[in-house]
Design a protein around this ligand. Sequence first.
Ligand SMILES: Cc1ncc(COP(=O)(O)O)c(C=O)c1O
Length: 383
Amino acid sequence: MKDTSYRVSKAPKSAIRELFDLASERSDVISLGIGQPDFTTPEPVIQGNIDALKKKVTMYAPTRGVPELLELIEEKVRRKNKIDSNWKENAIITNGASQAVTLAFASLFNPGDELIISSPNFVSYFYCALFFGVKVIEVERNKDFSLNIEGIRNAINPKTKAMLINTPNNPTGHALTPKELNEIVDIIIENDLYLITDEVYENYVYDGFKHVSPASLNGMFERTVTVNAMSKLYSATGFRIGYVVASKEIINLMEKFHQYTVAGTNHAAQYGFIEALKMGTGFFENILKSFDDRRNLVYHRLKEIGFDLVKPQGSFYMMPSTEKFKLSGPQFSKRIMKEQAVAIVPGNIFGSFSDNMIRISYATEIEKLKEAMNRIEKFVLKL
Ligand SMILES: Cc1ncc(COP(=O)(O)O)c(C=O)c1O
């Protein structure tokens, strides 16, 4: 038989999914591996989807998405993100933020182009790049997970096409400060680059932190691809609805790729998102407070146990170092699962500079988090 795709073959199976599979074989496992919130999707969102199905919204959706939804997105990004856009030209509905990222790759890059990513970073970016023949230049984050601006400047060469940021970040929890953002914007403009910005955790910010969208900054709209989704804010990862806001030229390219690869996005689910956007975000206030309590609990307990870690200001992840315990991230993850039934994702899947780290998600109820911390303590004491 002839070779199958070397690009796809090279990508490993998702280590996170494998961890879930392992965890599902045991009833005593507490999962800190989860990448989705634990509250239920708000009722109006579910009802919006059901009502659409009852009204027989079961045919193909318009390629770019349902106009009413696109219009609500225009309004949302103006209000929340301070991005001025026109729904008729600047937005497309996607199958989650995942496909929004794919569309960004499909529309911006040619094989051989280089993309700068600060590592550690979200795992899918690396494999999307592989699939599209894009060379990723990883720049190691500073110790506190802020961006290494000098490193980024040094990584730029004539092949550099774009930079990809994710703020607030999965896996580090780092949220870009205004200073970092301004430095990034200067680099993008000075070097005539594109910026892909994944903002799926924009609502998960703590200590009064304010999320700023780079596309709202001077001179950035035309060169920025803003990726977002309903997945994390509405705890609706299974709806598979996301969106991109970008220039007319980029959206036109995305529409073609979208048409010929997926022929659109789930039609009825888009009506769920319409109801979500009509709801406002008031429902999220108490939820955020609960995530903040979990963040504080996990941070203090991990510190008490002796981990070196940074207190993050966004998302629902933390990335402690395992170095002090003389274990690599994968060794720690494997042993804590076996010996204490806690599922934790090893850091090495998030790029080249996090072999001795683990990613902890605190999107789990507080009593379980407390028990997980006790189990981690027991494990560490026995080392
Ligand atoms: C940073 C980041 N971007 C994108 C996604 C994918 O989001 P979606 O479920 O909307 O495809 C995730 C999911 O964990 C994520 O953490």
